[in-house]
Design a protein. Structure first.
Length: 96
């Protein structure tokens, strides 16, 4: 998994991903030279708890099950690094 330092990148927003089976891209801008980086996250093949991206392009994949949410968070907490953006960060914080 690729990590992007929050001190070096700014979250611009979200867009629909063109990558196969990916839901969204987190759009980051590097603060030094304004380079745009897209981080694909979420899978169109699996359900998620909710959608906080503001796009809500996949409402049929929202299950709203609190037990599944709790278990997902326990399982994927290891993928996070404090102070970094990553696909895991976006999934955990915006889809779960």
């Amino acid at each position: 998994m690729t990590y992007y330092k929050k001190s070096e990148y700014k979250l611009i927003g979200f867009e629909k991903s063109n990558r196969k089976n990916a839901m969204y891209n987190g759009v980051l801008e590097r603060k030094t030279d304004k380079k745009i980086v897209r981080v694909p996250f979420g899978s169109t093949e699996y359900q998620n708890y909710h959608d906080l991206t503001g796009l809500n392009l996949y409402p049929h994949l929202i299950h709203g099950d609190d037990k599944r949410r709790r278990l997902y968070k326990i399982r994927h907490q290891k993928d996070l690094k404090s102070g970094y953006y990553s696909a895991g960060f976006f999934s955990l914080n915006f889809l779960w």
